[in-house]
Write a protein that binds this ligand. Structure first.
Ligand code: NAP
Length: 481
């Protein structure tokens, strides 16, 4: 480990930076194992204080007009863009993402704040034709209340803003709990929230023990909504824990995206699409193509052209502008990739390029890898790999593609490459996935609904649907006697 200057960062509760008397958690750079900072190891007490602050602030924040709330959000959007480089540098340091991708993520994260600043103005109620002349029937919309937002390490800025943007725009107040692997990006965003002048208690940031903080959230009836992005495993724990108080839940969970290339695809476009989808964030993206099904007629051409592109990718410390593939988040992440690779090779898969872990200088890297001749019995085709490994299976037909793609409990994203319009429609209509890229490897945007079917989650973030999760309908029947 190298000697580096570490900064001790704090949490923010009720507008104050606090937590300096608590024990700390180290935040480590996965490119070299350097400790780059610490955050307070908060627990139930700190979470309860943050919930009380959010509850206290709720009344006045929810009574502002949507236009007033949009004013704060627009300031935050501008501050994120003005401070893009600083936030991006912190993100790359703490979780390894190549710096150009971190810059892209900060822009993407800010776009949710901007989108929901506007969308808050369009939370319309309804007037419903009455069945009686002496009654008027209306639906009013109310913010759901205090929201707890729990986020993962892999998109530490965007996953936060995709939640706090709509929550704040709808009139909710927020307690944010980032992943302990990458909490510093959230601290930076919190600093920008402070500069944007949000009233105290409207946004709170708690770092530390996830299970203790989650317990405080679950036990406290002031929290009416939990919005979570992370693994399906933890999502299921939260479903069980939220039952006692029937808390509202939005869940963005794991994925296991199929990418289908049919015989009539433009192979060059498919290669471009899979490069965009597979290798972003070293393959640690919930919508990454995780299993690639290629029809026999274009299989050899696809494998060859794809491997040529993969061989050009540069692996290294994400802080270097020319790097395409940074480290994995930690040793456990690398171990999972190795396990998937070993299992595939043992069962008959062939490595076309890559296939090697790299652990020089304390980093946890894996070479970008193409494996062919895989089949559905291999772990790599059954579980989210979360690494820069692209397994390719040869398929005979369009029917095979649909059957194999749907053979999973997950249903987040899928990709289809075909230039045949009828076939594209036929295949996609049968796919049980919440997001589909048709001849497109990068479908995400602030203005579209993002989320999964089956065990990939409940609800949608982004788009006009993204704000629905933070409002309740209140039906009002007005007697006219
Ligand atoms: P994770 O282990 O489930 O953690 C997610 C968050 O939950 C972190 O803040 C974590 O805190 C917290 N947490 C862990 N155990 C908890 C518990 N028992 N109670 C309450 N909170 C708990 O997931 P991850 O490894 O950070 O993220 C990767 C996963 O997220 C992948 O499966 C990926 O597919 C999924 N993901 C999904 C989407 C989507 O939009 N669907 C987007 C991005 C990522 P600590 O880190 O402090 O323990």
């Amino acid at each position: 480990m190298n000697e580096v200057k570490t900064n001790n960062y704090l949490m923010n509760i009720n507008g104050e930076w606090v937590g300096d008397s608590l024990s700390t958690l180290n935040v480590t750079n996965p490119a070299n194992s350097d400790i780059i900072g610490t955050v307070p190891n908060g627990g139930e007490k700190e979470a309860s204080q943050a919930i009380s602050a959010a509850h206290e602030a709720y009344q006045s924040w929810s009574e502002l007009t949507a236009y007033e709330r949009a004013g704060y959000l627009k300031k935050l959007n501008q501050l994120m863009l003005d401070n893009l480089e600083e936030v991006a540098q912190v993100m790359t340091l703490e979780m390894g993402k190549p710096i150009n991708e971190s810059r892209g993520e900060v822009k993407y994260a800010a776009s949710f704040i901007e989108w929901f600043a506007e969308e808050g103005k369009r939370i319309y109620g309804e007037t419903i034709p009455s069945h009686a002349t002496n009654k008027r029937l209306q639906v009013w919309k109310k913010p759901v209340g205090v929201v707890a937002a729990i986020t993962p390490w892999n998109f530490p800025a965007a996953m936060l803003t995709r939640k706090m943007g709509p929550a704040l725009a709808a009139g909710c107040t927020v307690v944010m709990k980032p992943s302990s692997e990458s909490p510093l990006t959230a601290v930076k965003i919190m600093e920008l929230c402070e500069q944007a002048g949000f009233p105290k208690g409207v946004i709170n940031l708690v770092t530390g023990s996830s299970s203790k903080i989650a317990k405080a959230i679950m036990d406290n009836d002031k929290v009416r909504k939990i919005t979570f992005t992370g693994s399906t495993e933890v999502g299921k724990i939260l479903i069980r824990q939220s039952a006692d108080q029937v808390k509202r839940l939005s869940l963005e969970l794991g994925g296991h995206a199929p990418l289908i290339v049919l015989d009539d695809a433009n192979v060059d476009l498919a290669v471009k699409g899979v490069m965009a989808s597979k290798f972003r964030n070293a393959g640690q993206t919930c919508i990454c193509a995780n299993r690639i099904y290629v029809q026999a007629g274009v299989y050899d051409e696809f494998v060859e052209k794809f491997a040529q592109q993969v061989e050009k990718l540069k692996v290294g410390n994400g802080a270097d502008d020319s790097v395409d593939i940074g480290p994995l988040i930690n040793q456990a992440g690398l171990d999972k990739v190795k396990h998937h690779m070993d299992d595939a090779v043992k069962k008959g898969a062939h490595v076309v390029t890559g296939g090697k872990p790299i652990t020089d200088d304390g980093g946890v890297f894996h070479t970008p890898t193409v494996v062919k001749d895989v089949d559905q019995s291999m772990v790599i085709m059954q579980e989210e790999t979360f690494g820069p490994v692209a397994p390719i299976q040869k398929i005979a037909s369009e029917e095979d593609a649909v059957k194999l793609a749907n053979d999973t409990p997950y249903g987040l994203a899928a990709y289809v490459f075909t230039d045949n319009v009828a076939k594209g429609h036929r295949v996609i209509e049968q796919l049980n996935f919440g997001i589909v890229g048709w001849n497109d490897g990068a479908p995400s945007a602030a203005q579209v609904p993002f989320g999964g079917m089956k065990e990939s989650g409940i609800g949608r973030e982004g788009g006009h649907e993204g704000i629905d999760a933070f409002v309740e309908s209140q039906y009002v029947s007005i007697g006219m006697e």
